[in-house]
Design a protein around this ligand. Structure first.
Ligand code: FES
Ligand SMILES: [Fe+2]
Length: 340
């Protein structure tokens, strides 16, 4: 098993335990006939589709001279290196070396490391080693009556743990997103409890939200004078959240947020948003809304030190309303996903 890059203190300690986890590496829509590169835990990967359209993930380093296979092309069930045209099957075996008199006399060492890969919820997910847990179940995304919009990805100079915590941090909404996600006149974080079940944290909050803005009429909270939203969270360790929003009626939204741990202190957040109303609204409204929100967050989160969440509770000051952060840190340690 190769060791991941460890250039900064924040990349140390947990990377090995993150190898057998499903992480997002791209939106499905970005993978066509050409291979694409992706970084995961400091390892360069190439993602491509075989002749049946099945997505494959393997190391992006050609065994011959380290050229990026993502520069190459796919023919049938093989990917062909751009430099000397060696061909590799989807199990990583080299099948032909055109420089040889008999191109099929391939040495056994000519192999590329392959990884687990699946498509689900509009994303391509990779687990470098045998995956430890399944992806969250989001039946809304796989039934009729829901429309899905992809927003992002958002690439930040921060660890995926910081990006994840920011997505579920209740105290910042009125201050970083006034008028969009929170109301500075109502900054108190309501009571909430966190239940940890294995690697999943469950919590629910009914919190004040800003009235729908004219620019971004995305939430269905028009009926109430002082809008509140019910948010039901499932936080799947280490970096994925399924969030269900409601306002008391039948209309609902489901957010899937997943952060890709690209490398030391770089993360990329993908947000897939489903809704069962407002079908005619163009995707650009939600995309533009999330772009504004994530840009507001980015400057704050990139300033945080250390770049990765310090998992020792003594390292930061936690108050009662930080219950999610406290339980996240405890659960990450209990599941062996961090060593600090
Ligand atoms: S570097 Fe890939 S075939 Fe030579
Ligand atoms: Fe935010």
């Amino acid at each position: 098993m190769s060791s991941p890059a460890t250039h900064s203190p924040s990349a140390r300690g947990n990377a090995e335990a993150l190898r057998n986890i499903w992480h997002p590496v791209a939106f499905v829509e970005t993978l066509g006939e050409a291979p694409i590169p992706a970084d995961l835990l400091g390892e360069p990967l190439v993602i491509w589709r075989d002749s049946t359209g099945t997505a494959k993930a393997m190391s992006d380093l050609c065994i011959h001279r380290g050229t990026a296979l993502s520069l190459g092309r796919v023919e049938g069930d093989e990917i062909i290196c751009a430099y000397h045209a060696w061909r590799f099957a989807s199990d990583g075996r080299c099948t032909a070396i055109p420089q040889l008199a008999d191109p099929t006399k391939v040495p056994a060492k000519a192999r590329i490391a392959t990884h687990h890969c699946q498509e689900r919820y509009g994303l391509i997910w990779v687990s470098l080693d045998e995956p430890r847990w399944d992806l969250p179940e989001i039946p809304e995304f796989e039934t009729d009556g829901w429309v899905l919009v992809n927003t992002g990805p958002y690439t930040w100079e921060s660890d995926a743990s910081r990006q994840l915590e920011n997505f579920t941090d209740f105290g910042h909404f009125p201050w970083v997103h006034p008028g969009l996600l929170g109301d500075p006149e109502r900054p108190v974080v309501p009571e909430h409890e966190v239940r940890t079940d294995g690697h999943v944290l469950h919590y629910e909050i009914i919190r004040p939200e800003a009235p729908n803005s004219d620019d971004f009429p995305v939430f269905n909270n028009e009926e109430t004078e002082v809008p509140t939203r019910r948010s039901r969270y499932e936080l799947h360790l280490p970096y994925t959240i399924a969030l269900r929003l409601g306002w008391g009626g039948d209309d609902g939204m489901v957010y899937l947020f997943a952060s890709q741990p690209c490398g030391p202190d770089t993360s990329r957040g993908y947000v897939v948003i489903g809704r069962n109303y407002n079908f005619e609204q163009p995707d650009s409204v939600l995309k533009d809304f999330e772009d504004v929100i994530f840009n507001q967050d980015q400057v704050v989160v990139e300033s945080q030190r250390p770049e990765r969440v310090p998992f020792d509770l003594a390292d930061e000051l936690h108050l009662k309303f930080d219950a999610v952060a406290v339980n996240y840190r405890r659960a990450m340690r209990a599941n062996g996903l961090t060593t600090d």
